[in-house]
Design a protein around this ligand. Sequence first.
Ligand code: PBG
Length: 326
Amino acid sequence: MFPEGYRRIRQSPVLRNLTREVTIDPLKLIQPLFVVEGIPNKEPVPGLTGVYRETPFTLIKQIERDLEKGVKSFLLFGVPASKADRNFDPSFTASQIAAIKKRFGQEVFLAVDVCLCSYTTHGHCGILNDSHDHVMNHETVEALADAALAFARAGADCVAPSDMMDHRIAAIREKLDAHGFHRTLIMSYSAKFHSGFYGPFRAAADSAPKGELKIKDRATYQIDPANPSDAYLSSVRDMDEGADILMVKPGLPYLDVIRDLSDRIPLPWAVYEVSGEYAAVELMAEKGLIDGRRAHLESWTAFFRAGAEMIITYGARHARDWMESK
Ligand code: PBG
């Protein structure tokens, strides 16, 4: 006789729900939002079904719909119309933060991405030296801290630096505290890798390195995919400098890193399911090769299983519908 054993707990949906170790909840998901200055209408983002480059008007409407779907946390990317090489103007993004907070207040948790790649003429995440072969660390960190302060002043609950300069967390914490913003959180993209999966995002945020440049990519500041030790050291450093939440980015190709870092570093961990990995699932689904909903839910389950507390995903706003239709 070979009777049922481990299969006993798998036999009904009720029992499977009851025994499940990992559950997905829209309250554990963060929805990215793009708001673009100077476009007359919202524009779809190629590859990211249901995600738009929003106008200030459509942005508020979208958040209203997202709240109805149970999503309460957002990561805002502001894309200004005019670009610069230094002395960046944070006012467009700041005005959008103020508008969101005026309309929704404490109903939403609003994190704001802090990087310069949508603000620079060349698309790099910082200020270039005169010979245009290096992103200068100190000058960039000062500009990032100024932007973070402007966003905190506008009402952001959290600032999220994604640039990968050294010591930006210390600089931002110091600047926020000096101006009385002791309660503004910092979510650090601490384990952000130099990934080939960021393509659709760069089109949405207008942030791909462009023009005649000696440094063509972000390899001199983002972490090498082959160096998990660098991700560990950078994350410990960011914790020590005052980050409240740490992040691994991208998600699926770095599950080992999520497991390892969340075990070793006792802060809340976010995972960013980035544009390329999200689009990969969407494209397979479009071709009829897989069921996209199942694949997305399975990816999110993997992130929680690996130790994440929260997930940044373009599909946050669909989570509830997808779970119900499963
Ligand atoms: C900006 C930034 C990037 C992403 C988030 N913030 C792109 C990059 O580093 O080139 C990627 C997000 C995604 O692909 O979904 N520095």
